[in-house]
Unconditional design. Structure first.
Length: 561
């Protein structure tokens, strides 16, 4: 047998092994109800998704008729947008209840999902999206929102995140997991924490305790309670604590997102979580028995939406040696330009009570763009750095942005500090030093993945355009100490009325240099001194390949991925 023919036969055998298209015959039980007995022998059942449909509630049984899982999937009715994998792992039966008006959808037995379901030993995660970023973290597939449980240990940055592995819209919250050694290049790892009968897995945090990694998260069932899980293999797999939940309440429905840290001065573990429109602070000696200490938030800052995803940490100003505590408070809605955003408070914390140094009505925003939310920091970052990541989207349109294989990315990593302006102390934001390591050669024109360094001489106009006439206009008003970004003509904007907008930010003094990071679907403009940050998504039909700068000089660096 010649080598060419042998290679062809080998390829055909591999293809047959990887994908087995079997006739899927549902057992139709009613207008909204069907069952599916699943064939064995393959790793996955690939489920076809149609995003405009209502969810189908699926209960999965093993061969003893024990229910092992519940998931919600928008099973395809008349077209397939994409597939998601369900790992069979001994599952034998799906009990499926469809929602919505079946009179408009037709007979259950005729739905296209039955014709398009496939058994497979593999799932193709090769990128099929023109808007998938090149140097920002994204999930391999499915929906992602809040970053969770981030920590640094043994040279590795761990990032967990809110993840729906069964669709590219919000649902079925798990903790996904990725790791990196440089905060730019990320490796996807298996799912870290899955839902159980206490509920789906909402946001939380991780701490390192000797050789163990301890995760705290919200179990989102009929009520929101706090649970714990322990990893003995560096955060790759977790065993849930037998005494879960470790914290409950009966006075408020929104009770979530525990952030835990070791307080060296007080010699206790502290926990801060969101409770409606305030933050509650607890202490513990053993991480399982938590004592309520105080609440913060009444009348302070913005209260237009629910408070979420808190963080509390101390920052030292290296210039003045002044130490301040910072409380991050993510809010939705209520952001400066609608939807979700991150506000913060500066003050002091004694292990029991946080005291804000500003007047109650003062509101401070960490980022003045539309797309920077759920900001939290890495635990145990080296060199006493305070490194943060954010979810780079907005709840006003996150489910509708023009991607299908995946939705959402994280911001570039940023280091936080503090600075004084007038009578107030503010949090400074600069790109983490790891972003310098991926700077490539200087180039003459912008590309889909680049960094613009703009040295300013005063007020400036910066215009990015492509050959389709789409544009993003940025302006710096030196006298008014204001920076703005206009994305109303940036490309595809029609998926949401809330998307076309102009965002503006105070600069708290003069800007000398701007660093602007472009990556396929995002623009992050950050003052090199850290006094201003603005993050906005864009969806141009072609990459921006021209730039005009009036009032400054631009240097363009390719970003190596």
């Amino acid at each position: 047998m010649n080598m060419k023919k042998k290679s062809l036969l080998t390829l055909m055998a591999v293809m047959m092994t990887c994908m087995v298209v079997a006739q899927v015959k549902p057992i139709v039980l009613g207008d909204r109800h069907a069952m599916l007995k699943m064939a064995q022998g393959s790793r996955y059942l690939l489920l076809p998704v149609q995003e405009t449909e209502d969810i189908a509630a699926i209960a999965i049984m093993d061969n003893h008729n024990n229910m092992v899982q519940r998931i919600n999937v928008k099973l395809a009715i008349d077209r397939v947008d994409y597939y998601v994998p369900y790992e069979l792992n001994g599952a034998c039966l799906m009990d499926i209840e469809f929602h919505g008006d079946r009179r408009q959808k037709g007979a259950v037995g005729e739905f296209v999902c039955w014709k398009e379901m496939k058994y497979s030993d593999t799932f193709d995660t090769t990128n099929r999206e023109k808007f998938r970023p090149l140097y920002h973290h994204t999930p391999e597939y499915g929906w992602m929102n809040d970053p969770n449980g981030m920590f640094y240990k043994d040279g590795v940055w761990h990032l967990y995140f809110q993840w729906n592995p069964y669709g590219s819209q919000w649902e079925n919250m798990h903790w996904g997991h990725s790791i990196s050694r440089d905060l730019v290049h990320w490796e996807a790892l298996p799912m870290a924490i899955s839902p159980d009968w206490l509920g789906t897995i909402f946001s939380g945090s991780c701490v390192t305790n000797g050789n163990e990694v301890v995760a705290f998260y919200t179990s989102a069932g009929h009520h929101q309670t706090q649970s714990m899980a322990v990893s003995k293999d560096g955060g790759r797999t977790f065993e849930k604590f037998s005494g879960n939940p470790v914290m409950t309440t009966s006075d408020i429905p929104d009770f979530r997102d525990p952030k835990v840290f070791w307080n060296e001065e007080a010699k206790v573990w502290n926990l801060i979580l969101a409770a409606g429109q305030e933050m509650r602070i607890y202490s513990s000696k053993n991480m399982t028995d938590w004592k309520y200490e105080s609440s913060f938030g009444k009348e302070y800052g913005n209260h237009s939406g629910v408070w979420e995803c808190p963080d509390l940490f101390e920052i030292k100003d290296e210039t003045s040696n002044i130490k301040k505590w910072v409380l991050l408070c993510n809010i939705n809605p209520g952001g400066p330009f609608g939807g979700s955003a991150t506000q913060y408070f500066v003050g002091q914390f004694d292990g029991k009570k946080f005291t804000c140094e500003s007047m109650p009505k003062v509101t401070k925003w960490l980022d003045y763009g539309k797309d920077h939310y759920a900001t939290v920091s890495f635990y145990n970052a080296p060199e006493n750095r305070r490194v943060v990541l954010a979810w780079m989207s907005n709840w006003q349109y996150a489910n509708q942005v023009p991607t299908k294989q995946f939705r959402s990315a994280n911001s570039i990593p940023r280091d936080l500090g503090i600075f004084q302006y007038g009578e107030e102390t503010y949090v400074s934001v600069v790109p983490s030093k790891e972003m310098l390591a991926v700077r490539g050669q200087k180039i003459k024109k912008p590309t889909e993945a680049c960094e613009l360094v703009i040295d300013l001489k005063g007020s400036a106009d910066i215009t990015l355009t492509n050959d389709k006439g789409e544009q993003v206009i940025m302006k710096y008003d030196a006298r008014g100490q204001q920076f703005s970004m206009d994305r109303t003509q940036s490309g595809e904007t029609g998926f949401s009325e809330a998307f076309p907008c102009v965002t503006t930010a105070p600069t708290y003094g003069p800007l000398r240099q701007l660093r602007i990071f472009i990556d396929r679907c995002s623009i992050e403009a950050i003052d090199a001194d850290g006094h201003m940050a603005m993050t906005n998504l864009v969806f141009p039909s072609e990459p921006y390949n021209n730039i005009k700068v009036k009032g400054g000089k631009v240097t363009i660096f390719q970003i190596d991925n």
